[in-house]
Design a protein around this ligand. Structure first.
Ligand code: GDP
Ligand code: IMO
Ligand code: MG
Length: 437
């Protein structure tokens, strides 16, 4: 059984918590895109761990983690993450594998990322400044440097010297001091030594594991609406965060994917720029922000908050081929007198109930809401669906019906135990569809 876990909104849906929970049932956990722009939080045994590049499943002793070729790797960030885990007694030696075809992030990528954001002024994307976009741009321009090049000192010298010449030239008008070849080359040779043991042909490895009946979990980073093809372009990241990215980013064909689990918050958040039709700039938005602790796990920036957006989710259900949903942070809505679902966007006399591609529509529309009564009883820490307040169940049922996707998991707290399972996504049995009865 091979399961893809994908974000359905603008990232930070709680993928880390859900992947950690499901890793128990998987043998191998594979990251397929993005880089250390991701921040996946796991709370277990009173300790909080934020994963950026490493697959979240590595927190479980004995589980194998793979960084697929769709990921862009900053070797310094990766080494730091490995060291931080080691300092806590968690070793990834022998159970971390990095694709030899994964592209590297180099110092000039970070500089270009920052310079291009600065020059955009008001139109800036609000990137994480990690060099993600420029690294993917080089990959597409066919001048990227890959993990395997790191292991060949001569080839690395050749590629790096050509690239540095071009990049220094490009950065000059922004007042960025030129990068010195010897310094960068030496630094990356050091990274090569430190990472050599992890670099391998992960396509072959994954296929061998699948052939021997192992269970794979593909861990998406970011979210569907940050996907470079399917998201709110240009306010997106530069990779395919949707479920399709699991195939291209790891070398697994679509027929090998058994199911796709979409992770979604019970409301919506977004960090960085870009349209957000159901955004709340009032005291309810402030309430969600405070109750949900909505600060970026990577950059610490405050996240924008709003009501749950059915239009956004219906699009995500389609383009990812979602089998089911994991709803997180239901507990954050506890205590609100009423809760709302955004079911359409009104613009220029027309109501859109399907995701419009036009930035003009998305940025200037007025949300159309359906309002439901809230609930006062705390849901935090509950483990049985039937014990949830009646109005919370009503909210979930309507949400599931409107998105046309069954719910497998409801999360009511950040820790592993604060989870309600309606159907385990790794079970290959038809969904009970209890919610729709
Ligand atoms: P990811 O990027 O999708 O993995 O999500 P993040 O880790 O960036 O952000 C999700 C935040 O919500 C983290 O701080 C989690 O610990 C927290 N979280 C996840 N699930 C729940 C939940 O059900 N309830 C509450 N209150 N917090 C949650
Ligand atoms: P996880 O995996 C939320 C956002 C940035 C910015 C845009 C482009 O934790 O859900 P980039 O640095 O990727 O070029 O920035 O994408 N972004 C995220 N937002 N969660 C993430 O990851 C994100 N990764 C990137 O804020 O708006
Ligand atoms: Mg995150």
């Amino acid at each position: 059984m091979n399961l893809v876990v994908v974000g359905t909104q603008w990232g930070d849906e709680g993928k880390g918590k859900i992947v950690d929970f499901l890793s128990e049932s998987a043998d191998i956990i594979v990251r397929y895109q993005g880089g250390h722009n991701a921040g996946h939080t796991v709370v277990y045994d009173g300790q909080t761990t934020v994963f950026h590049l490493l697959p979240t499943g590595l927190l479980h002793p004995g589980k194998v983690g793979v960084i697929g070729h769709g990921v862009v790797v900053d070797p310094a960030a990766l080494r730091q993450e490995v060291q931080e885990l080691a300092a806590r007694g968690i070793s990834v030696a022998g159970r971390l594998f990095i694709s030899e075809a994964a592209h590297l992030i180099l110092p000039y990528h970070r500089a270009i990322d920052r310079a291009s954001e600065q020059s955009k002024g008001m139109r800036k994307i609000g990137t994480t400044g990690r060099g993600i976009g420029p690294a993917y741009a080089d990959k597409s321009a066919r001048i990227g440097i890959r993990m395997i090049d790191l292991l060949d000192a001569d080839l690395l010298r050749e590629k790096l010297s050509v690239n540095l010449l071009d990049m220094n030239h490009l950065l000059e008008p922004f007042g960025v001091a030129p990068f010195d070849f010897d310094t960068v080359y030496k630094e990356y040779l050091e990274h090569a030594d430190a990472l050599r043991a992890y670099i391998t042909d992960t396509v072959q490895m994954i296929h061998k594991a699948m052939g021997s009946g192992q269970h794979l979990l593909f861990e998406g980073a970011q979210g569907t609406h940050l996907d470079v093809d399917l998201g709110t372009y240009p306010y997106v990241t530069s990779s395919n965060a949707c479920a399709g990215g699991a195939c291209t980013g790891t070398g697994v064909g679509p027929t090998a994917i058994s199911a796709v689990l979409g992770v979604t918050k019970a409301y919506t958040t977004r960090v960085g720029g870009g349209p957000f039709p159901s955004e709340l700039k009032d005291n309810i938005g402030e309430y969600l922000h405070r109750q949900g602790g909505e600060f970026g796990a990577t950059t610490g920036r405050p996240r924008r908050c709003g009501w749950f957006d059915v239009v956004l989710l219906r699009h995500a259900a389609r383009v990812n081929g979602l089998s089911s949903l994991a709803i997180t942070k239901l507990d954050v809505l506890d205590g609100l007198p009423e809760v709302k679902l955004c079911v359409g966007y009104r613009f220029d006399g027309k109501v859109y109930d399907q995701m419009p591609a036009s930035l003009r529509v998305l940025s200037n529309c007025t949300p159309v809401y359906e309002t439901l009564p809230g609930w006062n009883e705390p849901t935090r820490g509950m483990t049985e669906y039937d014990r949830l307040p009646k109005n919370a169940r009503r909210y979930l049922t309507l949400l599931s019906q409107k998105v046309a996707c069954p719910i497998d998991i409801v999360s009511v707290g950040s820790s592993r135990s604060e989870t309600i399972i309606l159907r385990h996504p790794f079970e290959e049995v038809p969904h009970l569809r209890r919610l729709n009865e």
